[in-house]
Ligand binder design. Structure first.
Ligand code: TYM
Length: 331
């Protein structure tokens, strides 16, 4: 048996409820898949959630709900570490240290920040520094791989730069992590506006499919998905963003290639194609709801409590080492 330690995976999700098909196909399905062969750590990032408007009394229910959905999707606490960020304040401590090494020019280029402020969200320092906290999450655990959707690619790039910058200045400390982004469905698009991504915060509930939606709701959402007036089923993101999105969703749910699906459905009409997409999504999500219903809130709290304790123990020596390297008291 090899005694090479397993590569470490870290990823996070904001506790905002409304976990949708995009989160699942872009990231969480990989979270579950990777837990057999990697040392996996998954975090509900409530410190990040504070950068947007939020109601304090709702944060706990959002944490529990998010964890419960993750468990129902197959995140297994007997092999993955599952916890909430605010249980381990080392995240914030490392974010401060990394923040002192992050040029403002780099943060000014972050497209998620620009998108949010462009949409009229009032920026606070936390939102501006969001990618630094995210880098701290990943580097705190010395993760090698980060399973995320396409929208996080730029943040991962920044994390890699910060790891290199830190290592050059203070000595080899952090592995330079890599994103683990799926080939299809890395950016699942809205069902009502297929030129923007499916999002938890879209006020239009018809824009997304949630993990616990009933089959008839899923079918309705897909049947009413915005497409175009040319009846040919083909993959062309520019000309046919709605159909391309449905093809990618179906490909991700069935494991069949987009080309194969196009060949089968090219001339069959949109109605029949949408029904086939709906069948594939319904089948993929079918096991989730019964598993969700079998988990109690008490079980979830116990899992998170224990996860937080294990996470604190795991990072304590890492934090000491980092503080010592940068000239802070590490004892
Ligand atoms: P969050 O909570 O917005 O989303 C969780 C995961 O879902 C992916 N995702 C999508 N994938 C495909 N299509 C979509 N439409 C779609 N929408 C969301 C996201 O890419 C993400 O992987 N900043 C992160 C949370 C975070 C994090 C981290 C992630 C904080 N620290 C450290 C990795 C490592 C976020 O807001 O994800």
């Amino acid at each position: 048996m090899s005694d090479t330690p397993r590569q470490r995976i870290f990823s996070g999700v904001q506790p905002t409820g409304n976990i949708h098909l995009g989160n699942y196909l872009g990231a969480f399905r990989n979270w579950v898949k990777l837990q057999d062969s990697f040392d996996t750590i998954y975090c509900i990032v409530d410190l990040h959630a504070m950068t947007a408007d939020y109601v304090p009394s709702e944060l706990e229910s959002a944490r529990i709900e998010t964890a419960k959905v993750l468990l129902a999707l197959g995140v297994d606490p007997s092999c993955s570490l599952l916890y909430t960020q605010s249980q381990v304040m080392d995240h914030a401590e490392l974010a401060w240290i990394l923040g002192t090494m992050t040029p403002m020019g780099v943060l000014n280029r972050m497209t998620q920040f620009k998108d949010k402020t462009g949409a009229g969200i009032t920026a606070n320092l936390g939102l501006y520094a969001y990618p630094v906290l995210m880098a701290a999450d990943i580097l705190l655990y010395r993760a090698n791989l980060v399973p995320v959707g396409e929208d996080q690619r730029q943040h991962i790039e920044m994390t890699r730069d910060l790891a290199e910058r830190f290592n050059n200045r203070f000595g080899e400390t952090f592995p330079v992590p890599e994103g683990y982004i799926p080939e299809t469905s890395a950016r699942v698009m809205s069902l009502t506006d297929p030129t923007s991504k499916m999002s938890k915060s879209d006020p239009n509930v018809k824009s997304r499919i949630l993990m616990l939606d009933d089959p008839d709701v899923i079918r309705k959402r897909i049947r009413s998905a915005v497409t175009d007036s040319d009846p040919e089923v083909r993959h062309d993101v520019e000309e046919k963003p709605g159909i391309s999105n449905l093809l990618e969703i179906m490909s991700a749910c069935t494991g069949r290639s987009v080309d194969d699906l196009v060949e089968e459905h090219a001339d069959g009409g949109y109605g029949a194609f949408k029904d086939a997409v709906a069948d594939a999504v319904v089948e993929e999500l079918a096991p989730i709801k019964p598993r969700y219903q079998a988990i109690s809130n008490g079980d979830v709290r116990a899992i998170l409590r224990e996860g937080g304790e294990r996470a604190r123990e795991l990072v304590a020596p890492y934090t000491r080492e980092v503080k010592k390297a940068v000239g802070l008291k590490g004892y």
